[in-house]
Design a protein around this ligand. Structure first.
Ligand SMILES: O=P(O)(O)O[C@@H]1[C@@H](OP(=O)(O)O)[C@H](OP(=O)(O)O)[C@H](O)[C@H](OP(=O)(O)O)[C@H]1OP(=O)(O)O
Ligand SMILES: Nc1ncnc2c1ncn2[C@@H]1O[C@H](COP(=O)(O)OP(=O)(O)O)[C@@H](O)[C@H]1O
Ligand SMILES: [Mg+2]
Ligand SMILES: [Mg+2]
Length: 335
């Protein structure tokens, strides 16, 4: 369970474990002997939303404790950890965590920085998805047709038409870097309006989906799906009449839950469970990640034609029903 620390700290940690101390001090009634130490490196915002008292209490009862990682001290001198949970940006942190994983292969790092990096780019994020083998399932998965614009949006207009992309197009910043700007999306109705956009970005076909999207949360082998309000359909009449480029509000993370709304069943019906399970399993392998969510939409008018439009690493799990118990079980299975 413990890392390779050769210092007195390691001995102390072993003693504490063997004597039944939990990370925060003396063991309380009903608590199990310490089984798993989860070191975490999270932004204050993430810590507040994820590490809620209920999660800590439930975890502690199972012998799982959360210890903050001090970013001002070498990681190898901290711990020992069984699991490292992290969501921080920047190359410096990526190097720290990669170096640590190399020196401590016995520690489970959630998740590998290289795999996280892949979904920080909206092009590589969706690569390989359309080829997933879900043939036995009751649904079909696609990604909207898209192309990357690295520079010169004006000349991209011809390339978009050549590539067969149909307007309106959703323009999304190529890189997701935790800033609000990387979630600032635009809808471009015509070729001319593309010149107004700031590359690097991806241009993606807008898919009518009835104004409801599905957020599929994945925590290891567990999945949970919720509904959120999304952008309404765009009619052919609107497509013919409107031109220009429009910024749209941050619909996804800010949108209200649509779980209890009175919605058209053909729009609101959840994707079939076996289909979601198979998709999540394939994605875990393809992406090499255990903690992520998928934004998925059902093509309007279809029964089970789905598009994946976004994948997020370690998203806002507090919005996932029963997330505390799901995480306790997830960590417990690792112990
Ligand atoms: O802030 P939250 O709790 O809404 O979570 C954000 C996510 O919202 P969601 O859980 O999918 O509704 C959000 O998902 P969307 O991109 O909005 O679909 C992102 O995962 C965001 O992280 P980042 O800015 O992409 O690094 C997430 O932001 P961080 O909390 O990780 O900074
Ligand atoms: N191709 C698309 N067709 C229809 N709606 C889309 C498409 N792409 C994005 N959207 C809408 O915009 C929202 C935000 O886009 P998304 O790719 O999830 O970016 P973010 O990472 O900022 O959440 C989605 O939740 C959905 O409501
Ligand atoms: Mg999204
Ligand atoms: Mg996103």
């Amino acid at each position: 369970m413990f890392g390779t620390l050769a210092s007195g700290e390691l001995e102390t940690a072993r003693l504490r474990r063997d004597l039944g101390f939990s990370c925060g001090g003396i063991r309380m009634e009903g608590e199990q002997t310490q089984k798993l130490v989860v070191g975490y490196a999270l932004t204050p915002k993430k810590k507040k939303s994820f590490l809620q008292p209920k999660l800590e209490v439930l975890a502690r009862r199972k012998g799982i404790c959360f210890v903050p990682i001090d970013l001002n001290r070498p990681l190898s001198e901290q711990g020992p950890f069984d699991v490292v949970l992290h969501k921080l940006l920047g190359k410096e942190w990526q190097d720290v965590i990669e170096d640590y994983q190399q020196k401590h292969p016995e520690v489970t790092v959630l998740d590998p920085p290289g795999a996280i990096q892949r979904i920080h780019n909206r092009q590589s994020m969706l690569e390989g998805l359309a080829d997933l083998n879900l043939s036995d399932c009751s649904g079909n998965i696609f990604v909207p047709k898209q192309m990357v614009v690295l520079k010169d949006s004006a000349s991209s207009a011809d390339r978009a038409v050549e590539a067969g992309l149909k307007f309106p197009l959703v323009a999304k910043p190529l890189w997701i870097d935790g800033t609000a700007k990387s979630h600032q999306l635009f809808l471009a109705y015509d070729k001319r309006s593309l010149a107004e956009l700031d590359p690097p970005l991806v241009l993606q076909e807008f898919v009518n989906h009835g104004g409801v999207m599905f957020k599929v949360f994945v925590v290891g082998d567990t999945i949970k799906v919720v509904r959120r309000f999304s952008l309404p359909n765009i009619s052919n009449c609107e497509k013919a009449k409107v031109d220009g480029v429009f910024q749209f509000p941050r619909v996804s993370s800010a949108a209200a839950s649509a779980d209890n709304a009175d919605l058209d069943p053909s729009v609101a019906e959840l994707p079939p469970k076996p289909f979601l399970e198979a998709l999540a399993k394939e994605l875990r392998i393809l992406l090499g990640l255990r903690l992520f969510n998928i934004d998925m939409i059902r093509e309007h008018g279809s029964k089970n034609v789905f598009y994946v439009i976004d994948i997020n690493y370690f998203p806002g799990y507090a919005k996932m029903p029963d997330y505390e118990q799901v995480f306790v079980d997830f960590f417990h299975d690792m112990a």
